[in-house]
Design a protein around this ligand. Structure first.
Ligand code: FES
Length: 377
């Protein structure tokens, strides 16, 4: 019979129809499982970043968190083998007169084993030294069959001038050389499931997007992104990269945490066909939303036009265009100059306060601080 201590959560024949579900026991949410004719009840809140275990799935006797796949025993709440020191509270369950009763007080406490923070999780700090320019090429090509790329060539001119004329440190990342996974939509599960560092980066040591994060968040003062135009858009690798950078923007909007400070972004956009303004507009919007500043005239661009089909001539044109290469050099120079001013005079927190698309106390903040789970105390 239900009492103050034992809470009736529903009819056993109904609840037994689902292997896993979330139910309420007073103010506490419980992941209720039914396996091999037995009910199990553990806290619904995952130890990692609070994922809803009751929305996960069963893998043998373990509940797999739907956010990042940590596993907890469905009856004891103990972490999977190798992670037993991680434990979510378990609750006693009994079936009486066709009703499932769950004990309000948990029979075990939450335990968190220490997890080494990912190296990217360190606080971004600008080390003293010259201005650092990170060039990012987003051009796709077969690595062992290199071809001429107009945007790459202009990026090289910009990077060379940054090193030689502006005495900058330079680093070039070619996205085509990196093996990295596409964003898998953690944000779509919940804003809080999209973590910094990126959930994929934390789970998959082979994923090389880490090099882009390291360069942008921890190293660069200037980020120079070069892209071709493909069907009126930036390259597919550009989008693959920026989708993975949602976690940077999400820190602004969800956690009020500024990963990028005093960073300058600028762009090199070239295409056989047109749409420069739309491509530039989208790139500007994205990099603005992660907290970057822009020099005057923040991009250089070239396109041959919609009716042009003579790409050999386009290549020759860019290769030989003094004006385009001077433009790339000038872009690097004014980006480095702006970074120098910003770092010297440090814009400070006012430049970033209430930044991001959602510059107010939005619903996600509420969700990030849900009502306490009494069983986790
Ligand atoms: S694995 Fe559960 S919240 Fe990340």
């Amino acid at each position: 019979m239900a009492t103050e201590d034992w809470i009736d959560v529903g009819a056993s024949d109904v609840l037994a129809q689902k292997a896993l579900q979330a139910v309420r026991v007073g103010r506490t949410r419980i992941a209720l499982s039914f396996k091999d004719g037995r009910f199990g009840a553990i806290s619904n809140n995952c130890n990692h970043v609070g994922g809803p275990l009751g929305d996960g799935r069963l893998d043998g006797d373990y509940i797999v968190c739907p956010w990042h796949y940590w596993k907890f025993h469905c009856r004891t709440g103990v972490g999977e083998p190798g992670y037993e020191q991680d434990q979510v509270p378990a609750h006693d369950v009994r079936v009486e007169n066709g009703r499932v009763l769950v004990r309000r007080e948990s029979s075990s406490k939450r335990q968190r084993s220490p997890h080494e923070p990912h190296p990217l999780a360190r606080t971004p700090t600008r080390e003293p030294g010259p201005i650092r320019v990170l060039g990012i090429s987003t051009t796709v090509m077969t690595p062992d069959q290199p071809r001429y790329s107009t945007s790459d060539h202009l990026l090289q001119s910009a990077m060379g001038a940054a090193a030689d004329e502006s005495a900058c440190e330079t680093r070039l990342v070619r996205l085509r050389d990196l093996a990295f996974r596409a964003c898998e939509g953690f944000y779509s599960k919940s804003a809080r499931a999209c973590t910094w560092p990126c959930s994929i980066t934390q789970m998959d040591p082979a994923d090389q997007m880490e090099r882009v994060y390291e360069g942008i968040v921890h190293w660069a003062d200037v980020i120079l992104v070069a892209t071709p135009i493909r069907w009126g858009n930036a390259s597919s690798l550009y989008y693959k990269m920026v989708e993975r950078m949602n976690c940077i923007q999400n820190q602004e909007t969800l956690a009020g945490k500024h990963l990028l400070r005093n960073k300058v972004a600028a762009f090199i956009i070239t295409g056989g066909q047109d749409n420069v303004q739309a491509v530039a507009g989208q790139m500007l919007a994205f990099f603005a939303e992660i907290g970057c500043q822009f020099p005057s005239f923040p991009f250089i661009a070239h396109s041959r036009g919609w009716s042009a089909e003579d790409m050999e001539n386009n290549e020759r044109y860019v290769q030989n265009s003094t004006s385009l290469h001077e433009g790339a050099v000038a872009l690097a120079r004014r980006s480095a100059d702006l970074a120098r001013v910003m770092i010297k005079d440090n814009l400070g927190d006012n430049a970033l306060t209430r930044g991001g698309r959602k510059g107010y106390r939005f619903d996600e903040l509420q969700n990030a601080n849900p009502a306490p789970d009494p069983s986790s105390r």
